[in-house]
Design a protein around this ligand. Structure first.
Ligand code: HEM
Length: 409
């Protein structure tokens, strides 16, 4: 047996808590809290966290045991460590981490994300079947909703409302276009999911209303929507279509920050290779300021890490938001959409806005398909004006407060 996994010292744990773990909790682990976003951006917490991480990597290599919000946490520091975790079976490094079960369990129990064993297999087959069928209608819907934003001032709230219409129409059909109550309930459910499950009773109450609304929309089984595809597959237990459809609406809450950031990158910037490809630009928006800041796992059984024992129950955390801006990457702080076109990003394990391996996002193609249709429509219709983002790009961006102008071409 080789040496035990290194442990961070009390001082290092305190530095991590101050620069990374506490600010992440404050910003919201399940739903982003705009005021905390502004505060931590002003304080530049991530810049300090990046320096702490660099020191830890220099001292300990690929990973170190730290004290995280969910207890003992293996903090993954380098690309080999990232690869080891993401290539491992998801039944060993479960996606249903302590943080997710605490924050999402009351309304997402029964979904793929929170499943293991044979349940996970059955649910994965169903989810993959539904989400891999990219109805041509999805891109049309995205273009239609985007077109209505031009000309005009684009605040984050305005973009988010338009995108939520795209989400509801793709998932439940045009009959849900104006069902804003669904999106409001989801926002409340996610908000109550912050703080490591302290508001689970509130979530259960909201979840009953949310599920009832979703079940009604699924019954309409509108053709050309995910609900229509679901009905065609006639899912059986352990697949739980209502809960899964509840999750899909949550999946659709991730693109808006990526879209807003992509637009801000384009505002007034000289042309760069790949800058005319909406898919590559969206992926850069997701890399530079990652809306899913960390990949979290929990170890289900005792195992080993480079030959050293690692105990069941340990949390594992990959700080995507820092790795995607790792100073060793030549394009770390530059808008470089071409890396998503020439295979550079695909080969780099430090990058992965949609994660990788068995736990990779099952909605990735759907999100990129609809997201790039939405962004492409805005790029074609409008000259985008907004605050100038300096080069090198800042590590933190106050996305909810961005304000852009879309001038008709
Ligand atoms: C820009 C948009 C999106 C991003 C960046 C994103 C990112 C991610 C990430 C990082 C994970 C893995 C979490 C982990 O390892 O802990 C994940 C999981 C997942 N996402 Fe997405 N997501 C997006 C949109 C969507 C959409 C639109 C859907 C569905 C409609 C979706 C469905 C899923 C599912 C089902 C999983 C669970 C995968 C599993 O358990 O194997 N996502 N997503």
């Amino acid at each position: 047996m080789s040496d035990p996994i290194p442990r961070a010292t009390a001082r290092e744990n305190a530095a991590l808590a101050a620069t990374f773990y506490a600010p992440s909790l404050l910003r919201g682990t399940i739903a982003s809290i705009p005021a905390a976003h502004t505060l931590t951006t002003r304080l530049g917490t991530l810049g300090r966290a990046q320096r702490v991480l660099a020191r830890l990597r220099e001292r300990y290599g690929e990973a170190v045991l730290t004290r995280g919000p969910a207890g003992h946490t293996l903090l993954v520091l380098g690309r080999d460590g990232v690869r080891r975790v993401l290539e491992a079976p998801t039944d060993l490094y479960t996606l249903a981490s302590k943080e997710k079960v605490a924050g999402l369990g009351p309304f997402l129990e029964g979904t793929l994300l929170l499943s293991s064993g044979s349940d996970r297999e059955a649910r994965r087959a169903f989810v993959t079947d539904v989400l891999s069928q990219l109805e041509p209608r999805f891109a049309e819907v995205a273009r239609e909703e985007a077109a209505a934003l031009v000309p005009g001032v684009l605040t984050y709230a305005r973009l988010n409302d338009a995108w939520n219409r795209v989400a509801r129409r793709c998932i439940y059909g045009d009959g849900a276009r104006d069902a804003v109550e669904l999106s409001r309930l989801l926002a409340a459910l996610r908000g109550a999911g912050n703080w490591m499950g302290l508001r689970q009773a509130r979530q259960r109450e909201l979840s009953a209303r949310y599920d009832a609304l979703i079940a009604a929309h699924l019954r309409r089984a509108e053709p050309g929507s995910l609900a229509g595809l679901t009905a065609g597959l006639a899912p059986r237990p352990p697949v739980c279509p209502v809960r899964q459809a509840a999750f899909w609406l949550m999946g659709f809450t991730v693109p808006p920050p990526g879209l807003m950031q992509a637009l801000a990158l384009l505002a007034g910037r000289p042309a760069v290779p790949g800058g005319d490809d909406p898919r590559a630009v969206l992926l850069e928006g997701l890399r530079l300021w990652a809306p899913v800041p960390a990949l979290m796992r929990t170890l289900t059984e005792d195992t080993t890490w480079e030959g050293a024992p690692l105990a069941a129950g340990t949390s594992v955390l990959i700080p995507l938001v820092l790795h995607q801006r790792d100073p060793s990457l030549p394009y770390a702080d530059r808008f470089t959409p071409a890396i998503w076109q020439d295979g550079t990003a695909e080969r780099e394990w430090l990058l992965g806005p949609f994660s990788r391996g068995d736990g990779r996002c099952k909605g990735m193609e759907l999100a990129l398909h609809t997201g790039s249709a939405f962004l492409g429509e805005l790029m074609a219709r409008a000259a985008i004006r907004g605050p100038w983002l300096p080069d090198p790009l800042p590590l933190m961006l106050d996305t909810p407060r961005l304000r852009l102008t879309l001038e008709e071409r």
